[in-house]
Write a protein that binds this ligand. Structure first.
Ligand code: TYD
Length: 205
């Protein structure tokens, strides 16, 4: 049995990545594979409870990192690895790049701490493809306001914070150019969709 592939979606809040998740799942199915769509923090009953806490109560960066990795440990063991082992492809809204971007880039946590947690929780797994939806935080904030989305504890942070998060993402993309595909999320919806299609087809020809 061929192992499934692991696809992750990343980007700052309001970059619009979530509206393309179902489409990528359709592309996976069209290519003849089973797919499991999931998200972080979350993805298991344990992770879902942690998600409520994490999103509603800001905490020191290390505490947040430990909490997202606690959820991730359950997600790996109970859902992601069993799916991949069974040949199912996994499409995940956010993964460990979010921790580097938000807790390290945004809140100043030493990346060495995240590397340690990463080695513990998923020593042998990295995404096969990461779609990074890149957008100026000012544009992302305007879009969220226009959609009438009430900011949660994470989203109500400052523009400077999201600029640091964005820069940390871009730095990670530069470090792993074969895994990442950068999507210019400032384009109209259809153009973003075409970029997603292109990224998928170039990763899985
Ligand atoms: P969510 O409402 O799902 O945001 P979005 O729809 O933009 O994906 O909230 C997830 C939040 O959790 C988001 O602000 C990023 C944050 N987060 C971290 O700070 N670290 C992490 O490791 C993960 C997975 C998420």
């Amino acid at each position: 049995m061929t192992r499934g592939r692991f696809i992750t979606f990343e980007g700052i809040d309001g970059a619009g990545k979530s509206s393309h998740l179902d489409h990528v799942c359709d592309l996976v199915r069209a290519a003849g594979h089973r797919v499991d769509k999931t998200l972080e923090p979350g993805g298991t009953p344990f992770g879902a409870r942690l998600r409520e806490v994490i999103l509603s109560r800001p905490a020191p960066a290390l505490a947040e990192a430990l909490a997202v990795f606690a959820a991730r440990a359950a997600h790996m063991e109970e859902r992601i690895l069993p799916a991949l082992d069974a040949g199912t492809w996994v499409v995940c809204d956010r993964f460990t790049d979010s921790t580097y971007a938000y807790q390290c880039g945004g809140k100043g946590l030493d990346p060495a701490a995240v590397r340690t947690l990463e080695r513990l929780v998923h020593p042998c797994l990295q995404p096969d493809l990461t779609l990074l939806f890149d957008l100026d935080p000012a544009v992302a904030a305007e879009r969220q306001l226009a959609q009438g989305r009430a900011p949660d504890a994470f989203e109500s942070r400052s523009r400077e914070y999201f600029t640091r998060v964005r820069d940390a993402y871009l730095e990670r993309a530069r470090e792993s150019i074969t895994r990442f595909r950068l999507i210019d999320a400032s384009q109209p919806f259809e153009a973003v969709r075409s970029a997603v299609d292109l990224a998928f087809r170039s990763a899985f020809p």
